[in-house]
Ligand binder design. Structure first.
Ligand SMILES: CC(C)(COP(=O)(O)OP(=O)(O)OC[C@H]1O[C@@H](n2cnc3c(N)ncnc32)[C@H](O)[C@@H]1OP(=O)(O)O)[C@@H](O)C(=O)NCCC(=O)NCCS
Length: 187
């Protein structure tokens, strides 16, 4: 298994992976193309994949550097509650691992690669919307271990996303916890 940058040639395989792990049609191929474009700034790619020796995609960390995003997948965002400006803030979009490799530390490793890229680009912090209903609260647990702190809670954050949630079907009624990580003592 290895961690490497997300390339344009990976789009079809990543779509198959996100259909299975997040929910059918959470991402279209066109949206994944946009996500990849939003991942790149000054020739630095901030999104990474975990790939098996066979070539199968086992994990995805989508991450956007400052200046390349202004909202997450849902419409709610509270920059007024952060101590840094939106245009200096990076975004952790999605992190998903295949069931086969969860709980082995790959999620934090993928995220560390994105954090290294954000450092190079001078980000002051990272915002994310953690999935509160993730199995065993693994989403908030792994983010807290990385140093993220809670900002606010958004009930039914993904309700307007037209996809089949693996937990609820359609519509998704899951809750997002907006969380922030301040880089280099920026708070
Ligand atoms: C959340 C996720 C990305 C974390 O990555 P990871 O590589 O599994 O992270 P870790 O190995 O550091 O595990 C984090 C914690 O979650 C637990 N955990 C991870 N996957 C789990 C699972 N499927 N069931 C129960 N607990 C799990 C780990 O045991 C660990 O617990 P600890 O804090 O007591 O040690 C990954 O588990 C995943 O893809 N989960 C499903 C999708 C998801 O929730 N994505 C985040 C959306 S915002």
């Amino acid at each position: 298994m290895l961690i490497r940058e997300f390339y344009p040639s990976d789009i079809a395989a990543v779509k198959k992976f996100t259909d299975e792990s997040i929910g059918l049609n959470y991402y279209s191929e066109a949206e994944l193309q946009e996500c990849l474009e939003k991942s790149i700034s000054a020739d630095v790619t901030c999104s990474f994949l975990l790939v098996a020796d066979s070539g199968e995609i086992l994990g995805l960390r989508l991450a956007y550097p400052p200046g390349k995003w202004n909202k997450g997948k849902g419409s709610k965002l509270r920059p007024d509650l952060w101590n840094i400006p939106l245009d200096k803030t990076a975004y952790f979009q999605s992190l998903f691992l295949s069931n086969k490799v969860q709980g082995q530390g790959w999620g934090p490793k993928l995220s560390e690669k994105s954090i290294e890229a954000f450092h190079k680009l001078g980000a002051l912090g990272i915002v994310t919307h953690a999935w509160k209903e993730s199995p065993n609260n693994s989403s908030i647990r792994y983010l807290s271990k990385l140093g993220f702190q809670s900002v606010t809670t958004h009930p039914e954050y993904w309700i307007d996303v037209d996809y089949e949630c693996v937990r609820d079907g359609k519509p998704c009624r899951c809750t997002a916890e907006e969380m922030i990580y301040y880089i280099s003592g920026a708070q």
